[in-house]
Design a protein around this ligand. Structure first.
Ligand SMILES: Cc1cc2nc3c(=O)[nH]c(=O)nc-3n(C[C@H](O)[C@H](O)[C@H](O)COP(=O)(O)OP(=O)(O)OC[C@H]3O[C@@H](n4cnc5c(N)ncnc54)[C@H](O)[C@@H]3O)c2cc1C
Length: 384
């Protein structure tokens, strides 16, 4: 892999960086305080093509390669993790999964609307009783003639209340265990589903998190994504794609922490000099820089494999695990460097810390990433 970015990659990074600085970062604190969904930001982002970055142009995207996709995601994550989460779900969990497993008709039906922002998508796997162990989902899919009837609850669904379509996983044949799980694309107009917003979150307060309510939702036969019984495989593939985006977003948070720490530490004085002149403060900044750059390189390595169409599950888990933990440590150091002011939302670092926390939980917790890496290393699957 060449560490020099191409001119296309540089260009899209600049586009995303300028947009993030101008349109996303300035309103982040107010949106966080008020739990306001960033609909206005998304509306401005769509015409730039950033809602469909890696989707090919023929389906409404701008055909970014995976490094370009990571660069955009990092820049958005640097400004506001809530916006980045909306984007990760829209692009990495929904659009790229339809692109990979959808029929031509499904791609033509959904991708242009998702890439243009006309529709927001959500990804419904987690349930009140089943998170890390997705084989145990209970939402049922029952045949009724050629249609399917979906019944159950999905928990913690990002974009759930604001979505116009949902990629949902349901159990179509309990006797077959995880081989009965099937993926469905639900058009909310055609097959209305309910949602209930979840409030009072520690972080990502302006991202929409909802419970999805599937009370006998009737969907047609052509709503099945992939084959009946292929849903678990599709979910794992989608999560692999989503983890890459989470990892890139976490690098963005870590970079934001460095930027804030450098600005503050070169201005704040103690013992007759800027605090950046104290070795113990420089140590914290050096730790942040090393870990952020290591995390970025792990993301780029996974992206390089994805660009080449080679397996990247192991490398994506390494990147997601390391970047999410590094971002949390960077945010903690950034608060420390800000002293008491770091504890107030006068400065953004407390939000970075709260927002970084969820990266260690969603799209497979830190423990689940370790089990995946352990399985690749030892050949023993601790999750079966
Ligand atoms: C803000 C937010 C947004 C989210 N967005 C979405 C979304 O859009 N779509 C979606 O489907 N889900 C979403 N989720 C759900 C998220 O993916 C789950 O919360 C996550 O997978 C963990 O599942 P759980 O909460 O049920 O925890 P559990 O699975 O109950 O885990 C609890 C604890 O046990 C540990 N644990 C579990 N099993 C093992 C094991 N085998 N070995 C070691 N430790 C283990 C876990 O690591 C964790 O520490 C979101 C969650 C949040 C908080």
């Amino acid at each position: 892999m060449d560490f020099d970015l191409t001119s296309d990659q540089e260009q899209v990074r600049k586009l995303a960086r300028d947009f993030a600085d101008r349109e996303i970062a300035p309103g982040a604190r107010e949106r966080d305080r008020n739990e306001t969904f960033p609909a206005d930001v998304l509306k401005k982002m769509a015409p730039l093509g950033l809602l469909g970055g890696p989707v090919p142009e023929e389906y409404g995207g701008i055909g970014l390669d995976f490094i370009g996709h990571a660069l955009v995601t990092e820049e958005i994550g640097r400004a506001d993790s809530s916006v980045r989460t909306t984007l990760s779900v829209q692009i990495s969990l929904v659009e790229l999964t339809i692109l990979k497993f959808g029929t031509e008709a499904q791609k033509r039906r959904y991708l242009p609307k998702l890439c243009s922002g006309e529709t927001l998508g959500c990804f419904g796997l987690t349930e009140p009783e089943a998170g890390s162990d997705a084989t145990k989902i209970r939402t049922s899919a029952k045949r009724d003639g050629r249609d399917w009837i979906l019944r159950g609850r999905k928990m913690w669904i990002s974009n759930g209340s604001v979505s116009g379509m949902a990629l949902v996983f349901a159990q179509a044949d309990p006797a077959k265990g995880h081989r009965g799980i099937t993926a469905f694309l639900i058009d909310r107009e055609e097959s209305p589903y309910g949602s209930q917003g979840l409030h009072g979150k520690l972080g990502l307060r302006s991202s929409d998190s909802s419970e999805l309510i599937l009370d006998d939702v009737r969907v047609p036969a052509d709503a099945v994504l992939g084959e009946v019984g292929e849903g678990f495989k599709i979910a794992m593939s989608a999560l692999d794609s989503g983890r890459y985006s989470v990892a890139a977003g976490a690098v963005g948070v870590a970079q934001a922490c460095i930027d804030a720490a450098v600005t503050y530490s070169t201005q704040r004085q103690s013992f007759g000099k800027p605090i950046a002149g104290h070795q113990l403060v420089q140590e914290m900044i050096a730790d942040m820089v090393v870990e952020t750059e290591a995390a970025r390189l792990l993301v780029w390595r996974a992206g390089d494999l994805k660009n080449k169409g080679r397996p990247s599950t192991r490398e994506t888990s390494l990147a997601k695990l390391y970047a999410s933990e590094a971002a949390q440590r960077a945010a903690d150091n950034a608060i420390q460097i800000h002293g008491g002011y770091g504890f107030s939302d006068e400065f953004p670092v407390e939000r970075y810390w709260r927002d970084a926390r969820v990266n260690r939980l969603y799209e497979g917790t830190t423990q689940i990433q370790k089990l995946i890496i352990g399985r690749f290393t030892t050949g023993v699957d601790a999750m079966s």
